[in-house]
Design a protein around this ligand. Structure first.
Ligand SMILES: NC(=O)c1ccc[n+]([C@@H]2O[C@H](COP(=O)([O-])OP(=O)(O)OC[C@H]3O[C@@H](n4cnc5c(N)ncnc54)[C@H](O)[C@@H]3O)[C@@H](O)[C@H]2O)c1
Length: 258
């Protein structure tokens, strides 16, 4: 018996990185997943991988730009028509462009692009998704924020940081509004996770890698599976008394001074 039997989970940004790994972990626990991504290649790859291991009906691949209201509306309607309901929103799609730096040297266009994906995307998925969770008798919203929303960083990515802080604030508002209707909302704040992009960069810069590892009491970067285990808990009934939480998952970075 999987911990997520009977759950239908919508995963944004499922075409690469953490979304790809965690979508399969949800299915492994018995859920069916609607995979959303704006990049069709990665999306199909994730869907094929999941279907090969878990059957044709385990995953639905939906091309969707989370900043586009029509795309999001259509993706959610298609999911509900296909699986009959929607019970978990996993808001994972996010961008972190290099050009997002300090407020004093970031172009307004770059600032807006980051806010659009990281914050407006969460708003749109919640706008159309939460009424479906209520219609299903309750559900769980899981928003992926970041440890950078909790502590300052001298290597700035200010739009990213601000967007993730806003995601935490929005999560608490959702928890307060929809708890009585059986909808819980929690935010995960991961530290640096070993995704291909981060590892590629750190491979070329051993100094940057050592500097970062020295700030992690548990002495390693996170793995997508570390986030996946917490996400499964938040998606399942095991967490039925948890809502409005911002959960640090960062090897101890945010509790560390010296
Ligand atoms: N990797 C880390 O170290 C880390 C740490 C803390 C938080 N996070 C957060 O975790 C989430 C996943 O990060 P990742 O490292 O796996 O990223 P990633 O870049 O590997 O994957 C993000 C996915 O989102 C998709 N995406 C981007 N814009 C989109 C849009 N407009 N509509 C739909 N899909 C879109 C991309 O195509 C991609 O498949 C992000 O929200 C990120 O900010 C990552």
């Amino acid at each position: 018996m999987g911990r997520l039997n009977d759950q239908v989970v919508l995963v944004t940004g499922a075409g690469s990185g953490m979304g790809k790994v965690i979508a399969e972990m949800f299915v492994h626990e018995g859920a069916r997943v609607a995979l959303l991504d704006s990049r069709p290649d990665g999306l199909e790859e994730t869907a094929n991988q999941i279907r090969q291991g878990h059957g044709e009906d385990s995953a639905l691949a939906l091309h969707c730009d989370v900043t586009n209201e029509d795309d999001v509306k259509t993706a959610i309607t298609t999911t509900v028509n296909h699986y009959g309901k929607l019970t978990v929103l996993y808001n994972n799609a996010g961008i972190m462009p290099e050009a997002d730096h300090s407020v004093v040297d970031t172009d307004a266009q770059v600032w807006d692009a980051v806010q659009n994906v990281n914050l407006k995307g969460v708003y749109l998925v919640c706008k159309y998704g939460i009424p479906q969770l209520i219609a299903a008798g309750g559900g769980s919203v899981i928003n992926i924020a970041s440890f950078v929303a909790l502590v300052g960083c001298s290597v700035p990515q200010d739009s990213y940081t601000a967007s993730k802080g806003a995601v935490i604030a929005l999560t608490k508002s959702l928890a307060a509004q929809f708890g009585a209707k059986g909808v819980r909302a929690n935010a995960i704040c991961p530290g640096p996770i070993e995704t291909p992009l981060l590892m590629e960069w750190l491979l070329t810069d051993p100094e940057a890698k050592a500097l970062r590892l020295a700030r992690i009491p548990l002495g390693r970067f996170g793995k997508p599976e570390d986030v996946g285990h917490l996400a499964i808990y938040l998606a399942s009934k095991e967490s039925s008394w948890m809502t409005g939480a911002e959960l640090s998952l960062d090897g101890g970075i945010t509790s560390f001074y010296f």
